[in-house]
Design a protein around this ligand. Structure first.
Ligand SMILES: NC(=O)c1ccc[n+]([C@@H]2O[C@H](COP(=O)([O-])OP(=O)(O)OC[C@H]3O[C@@H](n4cnc5c(N)ncnc54)[C@H](OP(=O)(O)O)[C@@H]3O)[C@@H](O)[C@H]2O)c1
Length: 263
């Protein structure tokens, strides 16, 4: 497929979870578009590997910034690093962030009967608190025309089997999107992409946790399109929603799910 143009050249993009899966695929598209992309995650090894992979694929130098989004201090430190980097690059007093993609998240295959308080905390801290904390840290650098895209899930819109805490966490991201769209308008648009099953390391771990209870083929059979999604397909929707030309969309919750929530 020809390279798509999202109109993000020279924009500053921060992607949590940009070192893997959907976040990494989004980083590739926006770096290829000429944006200055910062990818955030906890693992240095994963971060360095992603930077190498993105350089090979796009010819662009993407910057990895270590960050644990469950910690307010870590989010603030990451934004300070991005700000310092930008200021030195542009020889300016002030830095800006144009686009924030909140893609970092974890899945938990666990029925409520087996959930501990700690399990609840781990999922909610990452998927909900982490999204809030990183957004809060980035906001002082986001101005008129800024765009935030949160990644929730079809599980945040419809119920799913065997993952009530994950569903609750993604439902919270959907509600948070709508709330922030109101509070941050008209300067900053806030939207939410809800993918269904996508072929990423998260899904590979999910299948291991399911322990044979269902297979990839079972998953694929549930979709009107007959298959699960690819990370670049979700990334394309994220980039289209984030793009400056998409200037009248805010507070929208967009499913990208092979039709699974259409029925
Ligand atoms: N794949 C699917 O089927 C699917 C379906 C619906 C929704 N989603 C959602 O899409 C988003 C991306 O999922 P994915 O499939 O791309 O997952 P993935 O391949 O497992 O990538 C997750 C990313 O999040 C980062 N991360 C996790 N916890 C973090 C933390 N505390 N602080 C900073 N970074 C953290 C990981 O890096 P480190 O581990 O190094 O920190 C990694 O870069 C998630 O929000 C997920 O819930 C995925």
């Amino acid at each position: 497929m020809n390279k798509l143009n999202y109109g993000c050249k020279d924009l500053v993009v921060v992607i949590s979870g940009g070192t893997s899966g959907i976040g990494l695929a989004t980083a590739a598209k926006l770096a290829g578009d000429g944006a200055r992309v910062y990818i955030l995650g906890r693992s240095l090894a994963r971060g360095e590997a992603a930077v190498r992979q993105l350089a090979e694929k796009t010819g662009q130098q993407v910057v990895f910034v270590p960050c644990d989004i469950t910690s307010a201090g870590s989010c603030k430190e990451a934004v300070i690093k991005i700000s310092e980097y930008e200021k030195s690059l542009l020889q300016k007093q002030q830095a800006r962030i144009d686009i924030l993609i909140n893609s970092a998240g974890i899945y938990a295959e666990q029925r409520l009967e087996n959930m501990t308080e700690q399990d609840y905390g781990t999922v909610m801290d990452t998927n909900v608190k982490g999204t809030l904390l990183l957004t809060q840290a980035c906001l002082p650098l986001m101005y008129e025309g800024g765009s935030i895209v949160n990644i929730a899930s079809d599980a945040g819109v419809n119920g799913n089997y065997g993952c009530p805490v994950y569903c609750a966490s993604k439902g919270a991201v959907v509600a948070l999107t709508r709330a922030l769209a109101l509070d941050l308008a008209p300067a900053i648009r806030v939207n939410c992409i809800c993918p269904a099953d996508v072929d990423t390391p998260l899904l590979a771990r999910q299948l291991v946790d399911a322990n044979g209870g269902y297979t990839l083929a079972d998953m694929a059979a549930a979709y009107p399109l007959g298959r699960i999604g690819r990370a670049e397909e979700i990334a394309h929707a994220i980039c289209g929603v984030a793009a400056p030309a998409n200037s009248f969309m805010t507070g929208s919750i967009i499913t990208v799910d092979g039709g699974i929530t259409a029925g």
